[in-house]
Design a binder for this molecule. Structure first.
Ligand code: ZN
Length: 343
């Protein structure tokens, strides 16, 4: 069995939203270059395959799929943040397919875990709307594939600095997919308040913790210890998916948090250990944001080291008062749904 599968493809470098756009091909190039320069034992690279119409349709409406298909071969503007180049549609279909493929490899036991090194990212794309640099919602499509592959409960943890509004919308009324997000709040795209916990059957199965600007590794440590890990354990996932954005890094020009690569390593360690305890180590990371080439490539490298079993990172102590207060708001909003959070 492969320990850590890395799924990527040269086509991901041909999605070009424009010379001034932060979500640029150089991001993925910097990640791949560092993995080449400092290889990690236990990893194996594999080319991606495109998603089928059926796989896309599990998450996205016919209207959105037709609209995006119409952008194939063209430079176009979806919204002020989101542009396409002639290869963007094919890259997006391949990114979605790589995400499904990663789930298939891990669910079938051919790889212990996997990291999808793709772009464009996905977590802002709602079932009916491409937005925020995202065309298709890769992690939502991956979660649906996992359900078809026999996973009864799928956890999606989203540590991108932005709230994954699209993923939240996709699973808002469902209890088979638990969506948990840490993000800067208030911030783009505006969603992710602590009282947003899901509705109907899905009440309690959306977990949001909006952290203040300047949130640290230690602040995230408190969040994992006191909220994310206890709720995830009570949920008992059959697969752990991570929307792995790295724009909460302290060098990131967009996000306002101050995480380090060790902090990302610690978050990845927490998810690796959770997957080990709950579901035989089944863990898939999918690249979302991250706009400092150095911060991004170093942090991805740290996560791959953790996934391949070469490293374990722990959170430092010392949560700030502001982060502790934000965490308390989320615990309060969720404790009637999760007895593990206390009364
Ligand atoms: Zn982001």
């Amino acid at each position: 069995m492969t320990q850590t599968l890395l799924l990527t493809d040269p086509l991901f470098l041909r999605h070009e939203p424009g010379p001034e756009h932060p979500e640029r091909p150089a991001r993925l190039e910097s990640v791949l270059n560092l993995l080449e320069k400092e290889p990690i034992h236990g990893t194996e690279r594999k080319a991606a395959r495109p998603a089928t119409e059926e796989e896309l349709a599990a998450t996205h409406t016919p209207r959105l799929r037709e609209y995006l298909k119409g952008l194939r071969g063209r430079h176009d503007v979806i919204d002020p943040d989101t542009m396409t180049s002639p290869d963007s549609y094919d890259a997006a279909v391949l990114a979605a397919g790589a995400s499904v493929q990663a789930v298939e490899e891990v669910m079938a036991g051919r790889a212990r875990n996997a990291f999808v090194l793709a772009r464009p990212p996905g977590h802002h794309a709602t079932p009916d709307q491409a937005m925020g640099f995202c065309l298709f919602n890769n992690v939502a499509i991956a979660a649906e594939a996992a359900r078809r592959q026999g996973a009864e409960r799928v956890l999606i943890l989203d540590w991108d600095v932005h709230h994954g509004n699209g993923t939240q919308a996709a699973f808002w009324t469902r209890r088979d997919v638990l969506y948990m997000s840490s993000h800067q709040y208030p911030y783009y795209p505006g969603t992710g308040a602590p009282h947003e916990v899901g509705e109907g059957l899905g009440a309690g199965y959306t977990v949001n913790c909006g952290l203040p600007e300047g949130a640290t590794d230690a602040d995230h440590g408190a969040l994992y210890h006191d909220l994310f890990v206890p709720v995830a354990e009570a949920f008992r996932p059959d697969l752990v998916l991570v929307s792995a954005g790295f724009d909460a890094h302290r060098e990131d020009p967009i996000g306002g948090m101050v995480l380090t690569e060790r902090g990302f390593g610690a978050m990845c360690t927490a998810m690796r250990d959770l997957a080990d305890r709950m579901c035989g180590g089944k863990l898939v990371l999918l690249l979302e944001g991250g706009y400092s080439l150095e911060g991004l490539s170093r942090s991805v490298h740290a996560c791959v080291e953790v996934m391949a079993g070469e490293m374990k990172d722990n959170f430092p102590d010392g949560v700030s008062r502001e982060a502790a207060a934000a965490l308390q708001l989320s615990r309060e909003a969720l404790k009637k749904h999760w007895s593990v959070l206390g009364r």
